[in-house]
Ligand binder design. Sequence first.
Ligand code: AMP
Length: 208
Amino acid sequence: MGLNLVLFGPPAAGKGTQAKRLVAERGLIQLSTGDMLRAARAAGTELGKKVAGIMDRGDLVTDEIVVALIEEQLDSNKGAAGFIFDGFPRTVAQAEALDAALAKRDMKVDSVIRLKVDEEALVARIIKRFEEEGRKDDNPDAFKVRLGNYQKQTARLLPYYSAQGKLTEVDGMANEETVAVSIRKVLDRQNGAKDVMKKGFWARLFGK
Ligand code: AMP
């Protein structure tokens, strides 16, 4: 059975970095809507043109656009070991659409890991990334808009997922390796719990 993980946190919390490590370690597929939109822009598609201004300002593109991108990827990666959702969902409507899209395909969100970070410290982190990678939406003004959107819209997903018992928090301010170890522990614990549940099922069935 696959593992579908939502990596959750504000922009520049380290979601992409950690997602890439999980791809290498566990063969999961990273679905980053930000990367998909940047690819559309680089390819000069209609979609790319449509979202360019919105992204550069740091605003969110519509739910319809990102949900369609995700559904496309779920269909073109059938049989995957699992998916890491990175930067998606960002609104409650997107989270509901994700649940429905997965349910339609006999899957579900198994785990949501929140990278908990000091939002003040993010600004310093982002200035560094802006200098290194030159992402337009990492400039301080756009970044403030992105952080504001996170606080207004995306943070509302925390109660959505914690009510479902799926949310675990890890300290995202630690160094990259330490964060990776914390994430590994959460996933291993959840896999272990699944095995125990399976064993319990067979024991009840056969009285062992
Ligand atoms: P990211 O790389 O995840 O920070 O995304 C970069 C930009 O792409 C965001 O600031 C938004 O403009 C857009 N974007 C990416 N993912 C989403 C999403 N799930 N919902 C709305 N807009 C998104």
